[in-house]
Design a protein around this ligand. Sequence first.
Ligand SMILES: [Zn+2]
Length: 91
Amino acid sequence: MPTYDYECGGCGHAFEAFQSVSEPHLKRCPECKKPKLQRLFGGGAGFLFKGSGFYTTDYRSAGYESAAKADGPGGCSGDPTSCSRPGCGDA
Ligand SMILES: [Zn+2]
């Protein structure tokens, strides 16, 4: 379960809250009871966001690589008369 950092815009009270990602964000400050809480991006939650970002980037670049390979030698028929790849059939 991720940890979210909250800070109150009313009294400045800051704290961490353990919440499920499906739970709505907290709004009411437990100290001053004003609905001025703001969720901070940092700490555990920020780390999680970075992690998923890296994963997405890795996945994407891997996809680009395989797509490039399909256009290159992998997609070559080996027949110089029907393949437009420069140098096809030389090897
Ligand atoms: Zn407060």
